[in-house]
Design a protein around this ligand. Structure first.
Ligand code: DAH
Length: 344
């Protein structure tokens, strides 16, 4: 029996020598150290060994098992560390390698301006009117008539406004002011809305004019709305949009749907008010139109002008963007040249 144990041990030791990885080691453990191994079988046969030989054989068996277990464990530690290392090396990430270039789009500068202005007016308590109140294809009634334009007004001329063949009197709206009357028609005061959108005018396209551009309309109707409210809100808007440092002025003007009407100018960003070609020598640039809603307009949408009053305003998005960033050609917004767009 003793000789058998030694034989197993020597065989195991020589096999262990040649083991090179965890998988082979697992097989070795199954053969020599598992419950069905030869050594375990020999342990089970101890009852047949004569009592005087038993202690010697027993301790030899234990000794051999322990020795093989220890050696196997040492191998295990070695191979485990080695294989882990190999795995980590194979999976290594070189953070210094250049990555795949994925070009990223950006929000168009006009959309950026709209977002910025909408945010300012939301901060002042306005919300965006529903889309159904602001159609781009519009009937003359909402684009002109209910806004108190007299029938012979020059803006209604085909040379200024695009007429469509969709139906009689159907135009591409020439101003977002249609949103005013449509909102009032569907809503009871108090009304405090803005409405950004596209407008169309039949223009000779130039550095200053495009036949498609964007406006943001505003309307506030409630009991007791006064001109001082208009001044307060628009002063605050200009201050937030251009920064506190830019002087502005209110200048009296005319629009069919407001009375009195004003235009707001900001000091020219090119010359700081000294006068230059951009501001035609005046030192001022017009940025928006506004006024108290004409009682005729309120009557037209069944709002009693003796009870309610309001103010309205409208501004050009391209113009406001050009003034803020000193852009001198409106066509840049529509050419989609990425060298221009990338700068925003
Ligand atoms: N709709 C005018 C335009 O396109 C701008 C405007 C002026 C809008 C005065 C208003 C306003 O709401 O009160 O020139």
């Amino acid at each position: 029996m003793e000789a058998k144990i030694i034989e197993i041990k020597n065989k195991a030791l020589s096999e262990l020598e040649n083991i090179n990885n965890l998988k082979e080691l697992e097989e070795f453990k199954n053969t020599y150290l598992s419950r069905s191994s030869e050594l375990t079988n020999l342990k089970k046969g101890m009852k047949d060994v004569s009592p005087e030989d038993r202690p010697k054989i027993g301790s030899l068996l234990n000794e051999v098992s322990r020795e093989l277990e220890n050696l196997a464990f040492q191998k295990y530690e070695l191979f485990y560390a080695k294989e882990l290392n190999e795995k980590l090396n194979a999976e290594i990430i070189d953070v210094t390698l250049p990555s795949t270039f994925i070009p990223r789009g950006k929000v168009h500068p006009l959309t950026q301006t709209v977002n910025e202005i909408v945010e300012i007016f939301e901060h002042l308590g306005f919300s965006i009117t529903e889309a159904k109140n602001s159609p781009e294809v519009e009937v003359e009634k909402y684009n002109f008539d209910l806004l108190n334009f007299p029938p012979e007004h020059p803006a209604k001329d085909m040379q200024d406004t695009f007429y469509t063949e969709v139906g009689k009197n159907v135009v591409l709206r020439s101003q977002t002011s249609n949103a005013q009357v449509r909102t009032m028609e569907h809503t009871n005061p108090p009304i405090k809305v803005i409405s950004p959108g596209r407008v169309y005018r039949s223009e000779n396209v130039s550095a200053r004019k495009n036949d498609l551009f964007h406006q943001i309309e505003g309307l506030y109707v409630d009991k007791g709305v006064k001109f001082s409210h208009l001044k307060g809100v628009l002063n605050e808007f200009i201050r937030l949009y251009f920064g506190a440092s830019r002087p502005i002025r209110f200048r009296s003007s005319y629009f069919p749907f407001t009375e009195p009407s004003v235009e707001i100018d900001v000091q020219c960003i090119m010359c700081g008010g000294k006068g230059c070609p951009t501001c035609s020598g005046t030192g001022w640039l017009e940025v928006l139109g506004a006024g108290m809603v004409d009682p005729n307009v309120l009557k037209g949408v069944d709002i009693d002008p003796d009870v309610y009053s309001g103010f309205a305003f409208g501004m050009g998005v391209e113009r406001l963007t050009m003034l803020k960033y000193a852009i001198d050609d409106i066509r840049l917004f529509f050419n989609n040249d990425v060298r221009f767009l990338k700068q925003f």
